[in-house]
Design a protein around this ligand. Structure first.
Ligand code: OAD
Ligand code: ZN
Length: 309
């Protein structure tokens, strides 16, 4: 009920502010049931706190049947796609040439209606890079979760389609911030043919215009001020109710309502954050949080070795 209430008010894409770390101590006890690979020397684990933590995470994955996954831009950084907010290298620090009033305006639906040119120019720069990127090790790990019948669903904020390109079934992936496969008007929301929209943007460098109302059309990636796709609100409550483990990869959790997903899972469900930076996952009642610091591919590789997959 509380989830439905929050979603009702937070369905439009919103920027939220988070800045502090929330990490509770993982359970210290270990049992012998953790599957081990021969490449990890288990004598080292006692002296390496990160390995010890990864061993606990591997054990959780091994024991879980309905793993909910939340991904952000950090998941695709190793594929050569910059994230948004990493200082200096993130997209938002590199938009000066578009002369925006503030960086996130490039993805703001109200701003797009008034001035579509910055997004159209960015889209040309971005689209080809997204299209030729290859899935990362983390994407293939998520595919392995599906192969082991452990994947409940992936909620991704990414628009690069790399989960499905890694072979994950589309029904397992919820693209919370949309995709480039369809297009619609930014004002009357009438659908427009994606091929001609992409041709206008990519080949002609022109703003695609709605035949019905004359406003700018855009690919169906979700902009600030716009509701998330219905598939998100249709699934988020049952999925967070069913999950027995939450894995979060490469996100600053700065954008609602996706940033609320970690607080939607039950407080006794373990939550694991794989991220370069500490991020607040919300809801202090959670006592079973793990923060796995660093590049997600590096840590995922170790987890896979520990699982023996
Ligand atoms: P952000 O750029 O806000 O956050 C990415 C996070 O991933 C940061 O905390 C990085 O430290 C971390 N990171 C970067 N590389 C990593 C790596 N190799 N391994 C692990 N962590 C890494 O990106 P998102 O949280 O995805 O929406 O951004 C959310 C939304 O904001 C996006 O979907 C986009 C943006 O505005 C729209 O534009 C609609
Ligand atoms: Zn229209």
């Amino acid at each position: 009920m509380l989830k439905a209430f929050l979603l009702f008010f937070l369905l439009p894409l919103l920027h939220v502010s988070r800045c502090f770390c929330h990490e509770s101590v993982p359970p210290s006890e270990r049992d012998s049931s953790c599957p081990a690979s021969s490449r990890i020397n288990h004598d080292d684990i006692g002296e390496n706190p990160n390995l010890k933590k990864l061993e606990s995470v591997a054990r959780l994955i091994d024991e879980s049947q309905r793993i909910l996954v939340l991904t952000g831009a950090g998941t695709s950084v190793a594929a050569g796609i910059p994230d948004f907010r990493s200082p200096g290298i993130g997209l938002y620090d590199n938009l000066a040439k578009y002369k925006l009033p503030y960086a996130e305006a490039v993805f703001d639906v109200n701003y797009y209606r008034e001035n579509p040119y910055p997004f159209v120019a960015l889209c040309r720069d971005m689209y080809l890079a997204l299209n030729k990127a290859q899935p990362t090790l983390t994407h293939y790990f998520l595919k392995a979760l599906e192969n082991h019948n452990k994947l409940l669903r992936i909620y991704t904020q990414n628009i690069d389609g790399l989960d499905v390109r890694a072979g994950i079934s589309p029904r397992k992936v919820i693209e919370c911030h949309g995709h480039f496969r369809t297009a619609s008007c930014s004002k009357c929301w009438k659908a427009a043919p994606i091929d001609s929209v992409l041709k206008a943007i990519l080949e002609d460098g022109q703003v695609p215009i709605c035949e019905a109302c004359g406003n700018p059309v855009k690919p169906d990636i979700t902009f600030f001020g716009q509701a998330l796709p219905a598939i998100f609100s249709d699934n988020i409550e049952p999925d967070t109710d069913k999950a027995d483990l939450l894995l979060v990869f490469g996100t600053s959790l700065n954008v609602a309502p996706v940033s609320l997903i970690p607080s939607f899972v039950d407080p006794d469900i373990p939550r694991v954050l794989f991220n370069r930076d500490p991020v607040d996952m919300g809801n202090a009642k959670h006592q079973r949080d793990f923060f796995v610091e660093g590049d997600c591919d590096t840590n995922v590789r170790t987890v896979v070795e520990l699982l023996g997959w």
